[in-house]
Design a protein around this ligand. Sequence first.
Ligand code: FMN
Length: 329
Amino acid sequence: MTTHDLTRDALRSAVASAVRAPSMHNTQPWIFRLLDDGVEVYADRTRQLPAADPTGRALRVSCGAAIFNLRLAFAHLGYVADVRLLPAGRPPDLLARLTAGRAGPATPEEHGLHAAIPRRRSNRLPFLDTAVPLDVRARLARAAAAQDGWLDLILGPTALDMVAELVRTADRALVSDGAYRTELTAWTRPDDTCTDGVPHGAGGPAPEPHDLVVGRDFGGPPRAPGRGFETEPLIGVLGSHADTPRDDLVAGQALQRVLLTAAWSGLSASLFSQPIDVAPAREQLRLGLRRHGAPHMLMRFGYGVPAPATPRRPVASVLLPEAAHHRVA
Ligand SMILES: Cc1cc2nc3c(=O)[nH]c(=O)nc-3n(C[C@H](O)[C@H](O)[C@H](O)COP(=O)(O)O)c2cc1C
């Protein structure tokens, strides 16, 4: 066993980093247990979205993003995290166990990505029509690969139109389901005094029929005349090499590494998962990309004005009592 000097406060600070991860509709579907030498990550099934996420895939991607933040927090505290996904003999909702491995200083990249955790946020506002340089695009793709994922950037108007059409079709299918609409409304908040859900102020402007890539409607205001989205958005599709529950956790880590790399590089990003949540659209996307494995997220990158932060539940409310054992509701 590795000796370490991780205090309870240090582990709580790691959990504070974890909860800044993105999650579908800002449900924050995670719960954590502090160990002597690490942290366990559990799925909080009470926060799974029955209409939008019946299989729990989005829940696991969100928890994967939180796991990547924990890895960075361990690095920041001076340890390489030993990460076990879905450890053997686990209780059903235990998704990962991170323990302090070898001691050593964080790399400059880990420092940069860790510092980007509080700055990263979903930016659903229009971006500038400024091209993202090739070296930054390559950095984003390398970030996905470093976590065993892939990121394909959609190049050229034909491919972009095809992807945009898939988003439109999938969004139409989702919105035609009353349970989906009720759920989306239930997680949309009029202001940011709640500790979860998407506040109107962060949800972006209301989608317009002429938008190329249709966003989810979080009840935002109509756009001022002339404030359209960029004409040639930079869209990336993030995926994993296989499609098991473990791959959802891998994809979530790759997603967060790409998002933090974007934030560290001065880029804004927003997420679209409608074509992932509708099975035929997801398969068409996979075939169009000629990929094995599975797409997990569409991402829009660009330069924009800072977007407001969304709230989070306090750390104390996402911690299991230390003596408690496992199964969460
Ligand atoms: C699995 C998953 C799916 C998401 N799907 C969408 C989406 O379709 N549209 C969107 O605007 N944001 C989407 N998001 C972003 C969340 O709404 C966002 O992370 C959450 O509201 C917290 O806000 P933040 O990213 O600014 O911290 C998704 C996030 C995750 C992890």
